[in-house]
Design a protein around this ligand. Structure first.
Ligand SMILES: NC(=O)c1ccc[n+]([C@@H]2O[C@H](COP(=O)([O-])OP(=O)(O)OC[C@H]3O[C@@H](n4cnc5c(N)ncnc54)[C@H](O)[C@@H]3O)[C@@H](O)[C@H]2O)c1
Length: 321
């Protein structure tokens, strides 16, 4: 998502300069930024947000705003090996907040998730809902969000936290449900659905998320929290069936696999506060999914490279094939 945001911002604000700090973990990919890598107002620093030295390198010439997209993000990986999540999501956020304080930045935005609130049976979480994280990923993000709040309260650092529903769109790493299922089907393989596939998620297309963060940058208030949600709530099975249908496959492609431990049944956020700043989603879930499918169809070399490498090992470990 970070690379989508950088391209979106540079296309719309020719007079802004962007410094991109990324450790390039398995999920990072500079190919996503090829088209802008030579732009005079873009620079890249390879580094870890949990290293004060690396952060200093990125902030060296002074920055006005920090938007923290960097994180370990995959729930399954957090169940297998939580340590990287604590290091990056909690300690990395602390390191960035501390640097933001030293450099007196004008705005710090933390890109967080609806998963910090846990699961909700009916209705939707608002910005005051208590945190009840259920996976090591969600707990790490919640820890980081608490630090953000504390840095605003204690040091008056102008911090804003956003809690978003699930992203989808071009360039998404293949372990997430939508790109995994699209690319599996493009390779004529099956798609692994957890449990009965009845978990409900709210979905936002990349461009709408970029717009939401831009709105928060321009109109959000320091110390505030904004939920980013669309109301496009679907079960995993509904998403799966839509992808199957678009690609001309039947339900025999579904392989029901053992459910994830502690799997949250439903996430939903109330985004009225953000809508009050003038933002609303522009791309429906079906249109967004069609655009995403088309992107993966047209960019086979991008995802084939990933599937032939490290991802394959992980996939084998997860699904045994
Ligand atoms: N994917 C979703 O549906 C979703 C929903 C809500 C919120 N979020 C949040 O949005 C942000 C982006 O999510 P994504 O799905 O694009 O993530 P991703 O896993 O696809 O990419 C994460 C990026 O962070 C970089 N990174 C990881 N550890 C780092 C470190 N220690 N230092 C510097 N860079 C590091 C990786 O190299 C990669 O470029 C995350 O903070 C995530 O918690 C994601």
């Amino acid at each position: 998502m970070g690379s989508n945001f950088i391209k979106y911002i540079l296309a719309r604000h020719a007079d802004w300069e962007v410094v991109n700090l990324d450790k390039l973990t398995y999920a990072g990919n500079l190919e996503n930024l090829r088209e802008i890598e030579n732009s005079p107002n873009y620079s890249f620093v390879k580094g870890d947000i949990a290293s004060a030295q690396d952060v200093e390198k990125a902030l060296g010439n002074g920055v006005d705003k920090i938007i923290n997209y960097a994180a370990e993000t995959h729930v399954d990986r957090s169940i297998l090996a939580p340590d990287a999540f604590i290091k990056t999501d909690v300690f990395g956020t602390y390191t960035l907040l501390e640097a933001a304080r030293q450099h007196n930045v004008a705005q710090y935005i933390q890109i967080s998730t609806d998963e910090v609130f846990g699961s909700i049976k009916t209705g939707a979480f608002d910005e005051q809902s208590p945190f009840e994280p259920n996976s090591p990923y969600a707990a790490s993000k919640a820890g980081a969000d608490h630090l953000c709040r504390a840095y605003f309260k204690t040091y008056n650092l102008p911090v804003i936290v956003s809690h978003s529903c699930n992203f989808f769109g071009p360039n998404q790493y293949l372990e997430k449900l939508i790109p995994l299922f699209i690319t599996n089907l493009l390779e004529n393989k099956k798609v692994p659905v957890y449990g009965a596939g009845d978990q409900r998620r709210e979905w936002i297309f990349t461009e709408d998320h970029c717009k939401a963060v831009e709105t928060i940058m321009e109109k959000g208030e320091a110390g505030e929290v904004y939920n980013i949600g669309t109301g496009f709530e679907k079960t995993n099975l509904e998403i799966t069936r839509f992808i199957l249908q678009e690609l001309g496959f039947g339900e025999d492609r579904i392989e029901y696999v053992k459910d994830r431990p502690g799997h949250d049944w439903r996430y939903a956020v109330n985004a009225e506060k953000l809508r009050g700043l003038g933002w609303q989603p522009g791309i429906g879930w079906e249109e967004g999914l069609r655009r995403t499918i088309k992107w993966y169809q047209e960019n086979e070399s991008w995802w084939k490279k990933i599937k032939s490498g490290e991802y394959l090992e992980y996939y084998k470990q997860q699904y045994g094939k």
